[in-house]
Design a protein. Structure first.
Length: 370
C-alpha cells in the first residue's frame, strides 16, 4: 500500500438555483491574461476545456492554475497485467455539491479524458460530512481505476485532525495520481455590505459583533478553518454558516442570507463584475495577477496571512502502476502548462508538513467536531 508522503508533487491548499446576471463590468476587477502573470494553457484551450457557461475570464482562472507534477516512481506501485485501461466507463467522484469549483473543474476535465480514452467518464457528486462520504466511497472501491476522486485538502489532511474516527486513512488509504490545480482565494462580500475594503469590513465586524455571517463549504472545511483563524487574529465575531459545498454557499451570498465568503474567484468574480458582490481582498501571499488591483489580506493589516485550495486526483489504495501512469499521462496531455507561474506551482506533494500545518491551524481555530 503506497503512502502519500512518498511522492513528490504539489503542496499548498440544499442546492439552490444559481441566479447569475451578466451586466455592468466592474473596471476595478479587470482580467489581465498577458504580462506578468499566469499564462494560458494552450492545449486546454484548443480542445475546448471549459464548463458550459464558463466565460473566457473564468476559464483564465482555471487555466492559470493548472500544473503538472512528476509521476511517482513506478516501483512504488504494485504491478499487475490487467489489459488496456480503461476497458469500461470511469467515474470521477466529487465529494461536494454541484456548483462548486471542484465540481466545475471535474466536469471540465471529464469530457477531455473521455475523448482520449474512448470511454464515458462520468462525474458523480457524493456530498456530506465534510467530504467524508465521497472520500470513503472511493477508498473502499476496487483499485482498478474505474473510480477516481477529485478533492481538496479536506479529505486527506484536514479531516484526520477534525474527527476522532474516520472510516478511511487520509494518508495511506488512497493512491496519489497528481495534484491537478491550485486556486487562490479572495474574500467576497454581498453588495449591500457597507464596506468596500478589507479594513472597512473588519471595522464593521468590530462595531457590530455577531451581526455578520460567513459561509463555508462545510464544517471543518479548509475555508472554515482559514476564516476562523483569520477571525482569531483580528479579534472579530462573525457567525459561521456551513454548507454542503461552495455552490450553495455562493447562492446564499448572492441572496444576502450570508454576508461574506472566502472562496475561489472562479465562483464570485463574474458576480462582482455584475455588481452583486464586492471583492475586498485576496487571501494570497502576493496579489493575484488576474486581479492586480485587489490588495491582499497581508497588505491590509494581517502580515503573513495566506489561504487557498488545491484539488488532487486520487484513486483507491493499491492501484496498478500501469493504470496510474496512464491516467497521469493522459491528464497531463490536458493540463500541461510548462510556463506556469511559480506562485501556482511548487515542487512537493502534500506531505506530513501539510498535514502538520492544518493541525496547527485547527488548534489555533479552537474548533472541534466529535
Amino acid at each position: 500500500m503506497a503512502s502519500l508522503t512518498q511522492f513528490p508533487g504539489l503542496s499548498m491548499t440544499a442546492v439552490r438555483r444559481h441566479a447569475a446576471r451578466k451586466s455592468v463590468t466592474n473596471s476595478r476587477l479587470r482580467l489581465r491574461p498577458s504580462g506578468p502573470g499566469p499564462t494560458y494553457n494552450r492545449r486546454a484551450q484548443t480542445v475546448g476545456f471549459r464548463v458550459p457557461g464558463m466565460s473566457i475570464r473564468l476559464l483564465a482562472f482555471v487555466t492559470a492554475a493548472l500544473a503538472a507534477v512528476p509521476l511517482p516512481a513506478p516501483a512504488q506501485f504494485p504491478s499487475t497485467s490487467s489489459g488496456a485501461y480503461p476497458s469500461r466507463p470511469v467515474k470521477i467522484v466529487v465529494p461536494t455539491s454541484p456548483g462548486g469549483a471542484t465540481d466545475a473543474f471535474s466536469r471540465a476535465l471529464a469530457p477531455r479524458l473521455s475523448e482520449i480514452w474512448g470511454q464515458p467518464v462520468l462525474v458523480e457528486n457524493r456530498p456530506g460530512a465534510n467530504q467524508i462520504l465521497g472520500a470513503d466511497y472511493v477508498s473502499k472501491s476496487a483499485p482498478d481505476g474505474a473510480t477516481l476522486l477529485v478533492s481538496d485538502a479536506s479529505s486527506f489532511v484536514i479531516n484526520p485532525h477534525l474527527y476522532k474516527k474516520l472510516p478511511y486513512d487520509g494518508l495511506n488509504g488512497f493512491t496519489p495520481i497528481t495534484v491537478l490545480v491550485r486556486f487562490p482565494w479572495v474574500i467576497a462580500v454581498h453588495a449591500s455590505v457597507p464596506a468596500n475594503t478589507f479594513q472597512e469590513f473588519v471595522a464593521l465586524a468590530k462595531a457590530k459583533p455577531g451581526s455578520l455571517s460567513y459561509g463555508s463549504f462545510g464544517l471543518g472545511s479548509s475555508a472554515h478553518i482559514s476564516v476562523d483563524h483569520l477571525k482569531n487574529l483580528l479579534g472579530v465575531d462573525i457567525v459561521h454558516v456551513p454548507y454542503k459545498g461552495a455552490g450553495p454557499a455562493v447562492t446564499d451570498l448572492l441572496s444576502g442570507r450570508i454576508q461574506m465568503m472566502m472562496v475561489t474567484p472562479l465562483l464570485v468574480e463574474p458576480h462582482a463584475r455584475a455588481g452583486k458582490l464586492k471583492l475586498i481582498a485576496a487571501a494570497t501571499a502576493q496579489r493575484i495577477p488576474a486581479l492586480p488591483e485587489l490588495s491582499t489580506v497581508a497588505e491590509s493589516g494581517v502580515p503573513g496571512f495566506e489561504a487557498g485550495t488545491w484539488f488532487a486526483l486520487m484513486g483507491p489504495a493499491g492501484m496498478p502502476r500501469e493504470t496510474v501512469a496512464r491516467i497521469y499521462g493522459d491528464a497531463m496531455k490536458i493540463l500541461d502548462n510548462p510556463a506556469f507561474r511559480e506562485q501556482y506551482v511548487t515542487r512537493q506533494w502534500f506531505d506530513k508538513s501539510e498535514y502538520a500545518r492544518w493541525d496547527r491551524l485547527f488548534k489555533l481555530s479552537r474548533g472541534s467536531v466529535e
